[in-house]
Design a protein around this ligand. Sequence first.
Ligand code: NAD
Length: 278
Amino acid sequence: MTIPALELNDGNSIPQLGYGVFKVPPAETERAVSEALEIGYRHIDTAAIYGNEEGVGAAIAASGIARDELFITTKLWNDRHHDEEPRAAIGESLDKLGLEKVDLYLVHWPTPAKDDYVHAFAKIVELREAGLTRSVGVSNFLVPHLERVVAETGVVPAVNQIELHPAYQQRDVVAWADEHGIRIEAWGPLGQGKYDLFGTPAVAEAAAAHGVTPAQAVLRWHLQKGIIVFPKSVRAERLRENLDVFGFTLTDAEIAAIDALDPLDGSGRVGAHPDDVN
Ligand code: NAD
């Protein structure tokens, strides 16, 4: 099984499909990540706020997999944007992960009311220069946040990790990112199970046509649109299912039918609005 890699705007490459560990309980994380690595996942998405970086690190250490075969992302939490806090925060994350550097470090939310995200991003660019992360990016940034970061630091983030699934496609953010060479990572790629995505005719029919599950059809939709995904599950059979998405191709008509699931008014959002997280 070869997971395709996408090139980032800094020349590094990222496996297009990985395993995200939001809400994986700390005590279960080492087992779940070990299972994922054994199944073939090589890209793990965690965050300081998830409280499970130690478990990710323990699984990496136990795996025996060469460091350069793994792609590890973690994120700077909202209360560590100011002053030199990003340097302290990445140090703590690296200790917990048992790594000398991560592959991708993200500003987790813009927290616009605090107006410190440009500073936070500038600081993580310094962390890249110091060799503590190979790539730098942002998460939950809307177009005005991206515009300011690029204009004021002169650095284009390698990725923007945003809520994105068929009912909430954030087309304005995706278009801006495409124009500027920023890769989009989808969080909640399956809608976090919070609405009946799998029961929609567009998804159910595409799944039936290819003899795959609705989750596989949705993941395939993301992949064919060039989006990076890391669906979360703690069940081995679902981890396998979510990785087994490279043996079929959705037709243009099937992609268009799933595209049409977003009514364009933002009502399909299942998570917090970035302007409201501060
Ligand atoms: P998701 O869309 O991946 O949904 C996860 C849920 O979908 C699981 O709890 C499980 O119940 C279900 N599921 C998974 N595989 C399935 C399958 N094959 N069939 C049926 N149901 C299945 O949502 P998520 O976990 O929130 O998002 C993925 C990752 O994105 C997270 O683990 C985390 O790494 C990241 N994330 C980032 C942010 C951010 O603010 N940057 C926010 C949320 C999540």
